[in-house]
Design a binder for this molecule. Sequence first.
Ligand SMILES: [Zn+2]
Length: 502
Amino acid sequence: MKSLLLGFILALNLIPAPVEFKPSEGTSTVDNVVVRKHSFGFRKAVRDLPEFARKEAYRLTIGPRKVVVEARTDEGVFRARKTIEQLQALGEVPCGVIFDYPRFRHRGLMIDESRTFKGAQFLKKQMDAMALLKFNILHLHLDDSAGWRIESETYPDLTAKGAFRIGAHYMEWEKSGYKYSTQDDPEAYGGYYTKDELRDLVAYAAERYITIIPEIEMPGHSLEVTSAYPGTSCTLEDGTPFKGAWDVCPGSEETYKLLESVLTEVMEIFPSHYIHIGGDEASMAVWPKCIKCRERMRQEGYTEVSQLQGYLVRRIEAFVRAHGRSIIGWDEILETGVPQSAVIQSWRGISGGIKANAAGHKVVMSPNSHLYFDYYQDLIRKEPRAWGELTSLRHVYSYEPVAPGMDETLVLGLQANLWCEWIPTVEHAEYMLWPRGFAVAEIGWSPRREKDPLEFRDRADALRHVLMDMGYNTFDLDTESELARSGYRTFDAFERAKKQNN
Ligand SMILES: [Zn+2]
């Protein structure tokens, strides 16, 4: 049985559900919004919260005509205004008192701009939805083999030779044999963000209290870098650069010159404390054949080529730290040694996050078991081609970022990732993001409570219609299969459960 208080909170229909709601009679016309930033009572109410939560906390006292917003910061006022805006969009603003603050400090979405270049208008539109849902992190995957998407003044060939390709769909590009192109080629697909566009996006995000975390991927997923600048590729016995390397060469000084130069440009554009340096899925295939990699191994006394990845990550980490920032990397970077100031983003399930947490690292949880939005959200036969296992709204909603035994104070939060190998258009990207993103917003903000997936689904459906009215292309919950709705991931499990219930 749900407690009476929780019943009131959920009756509000808000996503994320607030911490507290005490209803009173009637609804509000919200004619008059009064902001109080120095309320003693409110300061007392948030006194014991962690600093990040205190910063975003707010209290709304909603009367028939007047709404009083209490918060310590402009960010808290903004969160409160988004609550009112969402209630208005859902149809009515009930009178009462809402007291609210976030559970986690990192509530994010990652968008892959490399496999499909989506452009500033798309990102702004998604940030509008994110702000309505109290997200505060947009992680941009700005480069990968399929395209370099950020202007560099110091290495202009990254865009001139690496931002355009043959094949608008990632899979067509794969079929082309990973052919790059140039902007003037009529068959070229691609693009990149200019520095001015990125600064504009950073400002747009800041107005919504969203931090954009830029990712520059290394040493793997870097075919576009080694193609544009062969000095960053491995070197064969005869002194020639290896053609078609997916990893940059951790033995070559050219690699560090390029990466550090690009990261300096990135840090000039993005004020984010965290800079993501990728670190996943380096193939390391060419490293054993490379004279520079072998020389680096000899100098460092390494016995395994994988140690070269650790060398590169630590060197880049020190560079970023010297600029007053910190790195985030995918969980592979934990395996080859990295300083404790590095944040580990767990994507290969939750095990990397658990190990990193036990070793004292801060972690962001993005397990592909629950938070990969390029995975199917319903049955393969009714959905556009995707990856992975069935990752329905209900399945996403079932996720809890703090696994048993983890130190919650080191769990920064959670993030869903939208990789775009099978997502060729902006409409399709939106379709994969919403409403599953609602579940991430709620898990990231609302207190840990017993979850009722059917109740959440009702709220998600209401908010989905709000987004549709605003022009978003969302997944249609009305056509969701019984299997996905029940939260099963396979037919076998679904059929077994049905038999047991009969
Ligand atoms: Zn090499």
